[in-house]
Design a protein around this ligand. Structure first.
Ligand code: PSV
Ligand code: MN
Ligand code: MN
Length: 426
C-alpha cells in the first residue's frame, strides 16, 4: 500500500491552524534570542534515518514472539512499509537489510521498486550469529574469532557475499555485529580470539570498494555471558584502525552497561574521526531495543548535543549513518517506528538550540551552574512545532501517528496481506 501526498495534505488541514499559531509563537521567541530557525528547519528536513528490515515485524524475546497483524512477509512488503514511514515523515528514506533474512531474488527489480517509493539501501548487515540450513560448519563457538580456520573462512565468505548483494542494491556500507564470545572462564584464549577477529575483519575490509565503509559494532554481553570479543568502543576502534581509513566504529545505544556515559564515547570517537554509524534505541536494563526516547530522553539529548558539536567541529568525521535499531514486541511496529523517529528529531532539534558560544564561554568561566542552565534551557523547550513545520514544508504529515490512524493504514495493510501474515526472517 502507498500513501499519496494528497491524502496527507488533506489530513494536515485538521491541525494547520493550531500548528501555525504554536509555530509562530515559538519561532518568534527563538529568533528574538538569536536562533536561526530556518537553519534548524533545514537540518531537520535533511536528516534521514534508516529503518532496519527486522523492525517491521514485532520483535520477540527468548520466551516467545507475538506477531503483529499484517506483518510484511516479503522484502517488497518491508520496503513498502518503510515507504509508508517515509511518506508520513519524509525522514525515513532508507532501509537496512540483513542477509540472509532479506536476500533479493531480483536485485534490479527490488532496487527499482524501492526507488519508486523514494527509498535507498543503507548499510547491509551480515549474520554470522545463526547457523543457516545446509551449512557445512557451525558458528556455535564463534565466527570471525573461531579457533577453527575453516569456520572463519565460512564467516568471511558470508560477509563477502553480503557485500556483493549490497553492491547490486546500491548500498555503500557493511555493518558487522558479532555475537562471538565465550560463556565460561577459560573457554577462550582472549588474545587469540581477538587476533583472529582482527585478521578476519582485515580480510573483509580488503574486499570492500573504495566508496564503501565498514562499520564495526560492539556490545558488552549477550548472547555470550562471560566475554564478548568486541566488547566495547575501544576494542571496536582498535579493530577499525587495524583495518584502515574506511573502517569505523558503530555506536548502538543499547550496547552499553547501565549508566555508561555514551555522550563522552561519541565525543571521543568523533574527535578521532571514527564514528561511522549510529543505532538508536532505548533501554532500561540492557540491550532492550525499546522505542527511542521512551526511557532516557535527557541522555538522548546529551548524546545529540555531542553529535551536533562533532558534526560542526570534527570535519574529519564523516556524517554518521543514522539507523533505528529498535523493535518492540507488543506495539504496532510502524507506530513504534514513528515514535522513534519523532524522539530522534526532538533530541536533534533541542541540541541544535543549545547556544554553543554561550556554553563555551560559561565553560571558560568555569560557571558550572550556567553550563547546566544553558543545556537544560534547550532541553526543556518544546520543539515539536519545529518538527511539525519541517514536515509540513516537506509535504509530510503534521501529526504522523494521528494521520496513520485516521487513514486506517494498518487495516488496509491487513486487507492486502491477511491478518496472520508473519514477517520473514524473524
Ligand atoms: C544484536 O544486539 C543486534 O541488536 C545488533 O545491534 C545488530 O545491529 C542487530 O542485532 C542486527 O544484527
Ligand atoms: Mn545494532
Ligand atoms: Mn542490539
Amino acid at each position: 500500500m502507498k500513501l499519496s501526498v494528497e491524502k496527507i495534505i488533506e489530513q494536515n488541514q485538521k491541525w494547520l491552524e493550531t500548528h501555525e499559531a504554536a509555530y509562530n509563537f515559538l519561532a518568534e521567541k527563538l529568533e528574538k534570542n538569536g536562533t536561526d530557525v530556518e537553519h534548524i528547519l533545514k537540518k531537520l528536513k535533511d536528516l534521514q534515518v534508516a529503518i532496519p528490515s527486522w523492525a517491521l515485524g514485532a520483535g520477540g524475546t527468548r520466551f516467545g514472539r507475538f506477531s503483529y497483524k499484517g506483518e510484511p512477509a516479503t522484502l517488497e512488503g518491508k520496503i513498502s512499509d518503510v515507504g509508508l514511514l517515509h511518506s508520513l515523515t519524509q525522514s525515513a528514506g532508507a532501509i537496512s537489510l540483513h542477509i540472509p533474512w532479506d536476500i533479493p531474488e531480483d536485485a534490479n527489480a527490488i532496487k527499482e521498486f524501492a526507488a519508486s517509493l523514494g527509498i535507498e539501501f543503507d548499510a547491509v548487515n551480515s549474520n554470522t550469529f545463526q547457523d543457516q540450513p545446509r551449512m557445512k560448519k557451525s558458528y556455535r563457538f564463534g565466527s570471525l574469532c573461531n579457533s577453527d580456520p575453516s569456520v572463519r573462512e565460512l564467516a568471511i565468505q558470508h560477509n563477502l557475499d553480503v557485500i556483493n548483494i549490497g553492491e547490486k542494491l546500491g548500498s555503500k556500507s557493511l555493518t558487522v555485529w558479532l555475537a562471538d564470545g565465550s560463556n565460561f572462564p577459560g573457554q577462550h584464549n582472549f588474545q587469540e580470539a581477538l587476533q583472529n577477529t582482527r585478521d578476519s575483519l582485515q580480510h573483509i575490509y580488503k574486499s570492500i570498494r573504495d566508496d564503501w565503509k565498514l562499520f564495526i559494532e560492539y556490545k558488552p554481553y549477550e548472547p555470550n555471558f562471560y566475554s564478548t570479543v568486541i566488547q566495547d568502543w575501544g576494542t571496536s576502534l582498535m579493530l577499525a584502525e587495524a583495518c584502515g581509513d574506511r573502517a569505523y566504529t558503530l555506536v548502538d545505544l543499547g550496547h552499553h552497561l547501565p549508566n555508561t556515559n555514551i555522550e563522552q564515547i561519541v565525543a571521543t570517537l568523533m574527535m578521532k574521526g571514527k564514528l561511522g554509524g549510529f543505532h538508536f534505541n532505548d533501554s532500561k536494563y540492557g540491550d532492550d531495543d525499546l522505542t527511542v526516547g521512551s526511557i532516557k530522553p535527557y541522555a538522548l539529548f546529551l548524546i545529540w548535543n555531542e553529535l551536533v558539536y562533532g558534526m560542526e567541529h570534527n570535519k574529519n568525521n564523516p556524517s554518521p549513518a543514522w539507523m533505528i535499531d529498535a523493535s518492540h514486541n507488543i506495539k504496532d511496529p510502524l507506530e513504534d517506528l514513528l515514535q522513534s523517529l519523532e524522539a530522534i528529531q526532538i533530541a536533534h532539534a533541542q541540541a541544535l538550540l543549545v547556544d554553543q558560544n554561550a556554553l563555551r564561554e560559561a565553560q571558560k568561566q568555569q560557571d558550572v551552574v550556567l553550563c547546566q542552565e544553558i543545556l537544560q534551557d534547550a532541553y526543556r523547550t518544546d520543539v515539536r512545532p519545529l518538527l511539525r513545520e519541517a514536515r509540513l514544508q516537506s509535504n509530510a504529515a503534521i501529526e504522523p501517528i494521528a494521520t496513520y490512524r485516521a487513514l486506517d493504514v494498518r487495516n488496509q495493510i491487513i486487507k492486502e496481506r491477511g491478518l496472520h501474515s508473519v514477517a520473514s526472517g524473524l
